[in-house]
Write a protein that binds this ligand. Sequence first.
Ligand code: BGC
Length: 434
Amino acid sequence: MKKRIVVLTMAVLFGLSAVACGSEGGSSSGGTDTSTESSSSGSSDSGTVANKDKPLVWFNRQPSNSSTGELDMAALSFNEDTYYVGFDANQGAELQGTMVKDYIEANIDTIDRNGDGVIGYVLAIGDIGHNDSIARTRGVRKALGTGVEKDGSIDSEPIGTNTDGSASAVQDGSIEVNGKTYTVRELASQEMKNSAGATWDAATAGNAIGTWSSSFGDQIDVVVSNNDGMGMSMFNAWSKDNEVPTFGYDANNDAVAAIAEGYGGTISQHADVQAYLTLRVLRNALDGVDVDTGIGTADEAGNVLSDDVYVYNEEERSYYALNVAVTAENYQDFTDSTKVYEPVSNQLDESSHPTKKVWLDIYNASDNFLSSTYQPLLQNYDDLMNLDIDYIGGDGQTESNITNRLGNPGQYDAFAINMVKTDNAASYTALLSQ
Ligand code: BGC
């Protein structure tokens, strides 16, 4: 009996070492392959890469202080293969503000619904602690002249209701068209957070427009939202029937299609470029090649991005996609938000880019932009880049709901992280440092 156990043990050991040899020999099924050639950095003598040295990309929520916006450089430079991928929030916010202003000017004869000389708008704020949301609130207020300076930048606080123009975080702006001056007023703004804590909450925005319209509906001439999820909820609940132009952000498919039915416009944050960059920086680190490969420098398959679609800020270790306004004039070009970006749509060769296993989370599985645009794009690119990704969907409220599912980082070759709160990077890096 004893002898049989020994023999069995030997067989198991032998079997294991055969598997290990197989994976070193470049087995393509080896999603968990941790051989030295799998990364440019930090391999140990045993040929296994420590979790703290594996490629890591933060995306969509940039590690930063949610009150001051200051970047969390410890998280952004966690190891030499750590990056952030997002988009240029300020450039996009300025575009959004300008898009709304241009629309008002072009439609000045009909926009003031009750003819009181005041162009009133309401604003749906996504998350008061999220850089993108803060930038968009500022961009809209700046373009419409309703912003008030606070500590060197435009105040981005929600104001509640301001139908009489007395709020202190905003002021009345003015727009002059054809020699006539109109007052512009932010009638109301609110962070769209539900009672459980989920931010950018579309249902909350739908309820808010119900409340606002029933008390001062005839004063609302324009609806603005920090994203399309909330914007479409308000459009469907009220503004479509009342023919009130509504503006969002993200260029989600349903929002782009709604432009034909009166949705005022949206901004594409070039999610097709962001999703590519998110996975490409991991792929490059796993291949041990220069991070610019297939980005600013064409790879052997011909993938390359031109510099009018992204910028790289080396100091911030961040890639930012550039934004484009989507309006009645060009929306036909944006009807499929999940289509891969053609210049980077070439398949990588499996023999020089063997399959690797990636852990990736989406902070809120029901976020419209992330679930209907970003994740489908990632799923298109993961095949092109031979990445075998486990997609983890969070509840949008609690970080631990996601971190609990990063129980075994040793199973993965790389990580892509979308946090619930931008302050919380350390709760992930702690797990990778153990
Ligand atoms: C998107 C929003 C989304 C948020 C989630 C933003 O960049 O524009 O639509 O809700 O990210 O973090």
